[in-house]
Design a protein around this ligand. Structure first.
Ligand SMILES: [Fe+2]
Length: 417
């Protein structure tokens, strides 16, 4: 199938693009510009291919006209594109339970997994060895929850506690990596391996002095080299652990390598960087950017995904970057969102059919005063039960308007019970 050239519309001032009404949009067109700022829309990428009818629906919600690329008419059908995460055995997952039903179980799993991850890292810092079987068992609990429904555990991963950065980061990378692998259709055994790689990718940091890890001022060259050495420490630690999975050794050693050969510690060429190391590199960067660290404030999920998008092909694997952006989605559970009408809420569950219309819990009303506790399903905008004022305008960082996501720890997805 060839991408269809636009016949209606007229040439804009931008060479090679056509301004058309959104009603003329078709799957396969490349949208290069909107009639409103990108930041006021749910689109993560400034310029993207329309892949399905949902993309068209979202554009129609936010725009009247768009500009489409009129020159590059090489529309590659999905079935002809390279398959990300190509594996001899792949599967398709469907949610076995609702996010709400998984919530209570996921809360217990997350708390226990965090306790175990923390004690595992503490043991290493004290010179002990890695309890491989316990780590595998923790990963297995996470895999089962993510397979049943990934939204609940992803919600948990948003709930941070201060001073537990490395342990929570390792666990969150594990959870997000499993969700990423699930989206790619990896078989359960591969999800176990990938999650295990995520959980242990930064164990080498336990051999870096806390004074360097937690330094808030700029690092000296020597200190930066000490941080970089966590990759080598990680490889050595894992290599000396009994029954260790080889893939985890590779990921601990290579998750800071870059496709353009400018990574560390070995400046590997792209062809030498494995699929799992490429995946964990993306998840690692995303989780780090969206968390307050001692030297940098967190940025929103949307901005972190934009950063990954801008580094695709140089720092990160291009196709995996796009797949990860789809995994996390526009508004992951736990996001603080502000609507066009000023109302502020927390995203509870993702609407996988209409990604821009999640279910939210109202926190602040239109005047930024405490709102009446209420669940609002934004899909009602589609049904005409809610006005378009209820479309999401932007995502905010944790702490904005005095809203701390961790205050909602115990309620979480159980809001809707
Ligand atoms: Fe690292």
């Amino acid at each position: 199938m060839k991408r269809q050239r636009v016949r209606e519309g007229y040439f804009s001032q931008e060479a090679n693009s056509l301004k058309i009404h959104v009603s003329q949009l078709q799957i396969g067109m490349y949208v290069s510009k909107l009639d409103r700022p990108w930041l006021e829309t749910p689109f993560l990428m400034q310029g993207f291919m329309v892949e399905n009818l949902d993309d068209i629906d979202i554009l129609a919600e936010y725009c009247e006209h768009v500009w489409v690329d009129s020159v590059q008419d090489t529309w590659i059908p999905p079935e002809d594109r390279a398959v990300v995460g190509k594996s001899p055995r792949k599967t398709t997952y469907i949610n076995k339970v609702s996010a709400q039903d998984e919530h209570r179980q996921a809360m217990g799993i997350y708390k226990e997994a965090r306790r175990i991850t923390k004690s595992l890292l503490d043991d290493i810092r004290l010179g002990g060895t890695i309890d491989t079987e316990q780590a595998k068992s923790t990963v297995n609990d996470c895999v089962q929850s993510v397979i049943r429904n990934p939204d609940a555990l992803i919600w948990m991963s948003k709930l941070r506690e201060e001073k537990e950065y490395t342990a929570e980061h390792c666990l969150n990378v594990c959870i997000l990596a499993i969700a990423f692998g699930r989206k790619l259709g990896l078989m359960e055994e591969e999800l176990q391996n990938l999650g295990f790689c995520g959980l242990l990718h930064d164990v080498g940091k336990m051999k870096v002095p806390n004074s360097v890890l937690q330094k808030t001022s700029p690092l000296t060259d020597k200190e930066f080299n000490m941080i970089k050495a966590h990759t080598v420490h990680g490889r050595n630690l894992l290599m000396s652990s009994p029954n260790m999975y080889d893939g985890a050794i590779d990921v601990a050693y290579s998750h800071h390598e870059r496709l353009d050969g400018k990574g560390y510690p070995r400046k590997l060429k792209a062809s030498s960087i494995t699929q799992f190391s490429r995946m964990i590199a993306i998840v690692d960067a995303y989780d780090a950017m969206t968390t307050d660290r001692c030297y940098a404030k967190a940025i929103t999920s949307t901005d972190a995904l934009k950063e990954i998008y801008s580094c695709r092909g140089t720092h990160f694997d291009e196709e995996l970057s796009l797949a990860f952006i789809k995994t996390v989605g526009l508004y992951p559970p736990g996001s603080i969102v502000e609507l066009d009408n000023g109302l502020v809420g927390l995203v509870l569950t993702v609407n996988h059919r209409h990604r821009h219309l999640p279910q939210i819990y109202a926190v602040l009303d239109q005047d930024k005063k405490p709102a009446k506790a209420d669940i609002i399903d934004l899909k009602d905008v589609n049904d005409g039960k809610l006005s378009k004022d209820y479309l999401i305008k932007r995502v905010h960082c944790d702490g904005t308007f005095g809203i701390c996501i961790s205050d909602y720890r115990e309620k979480g997805l159980s809001f809707s019970y």
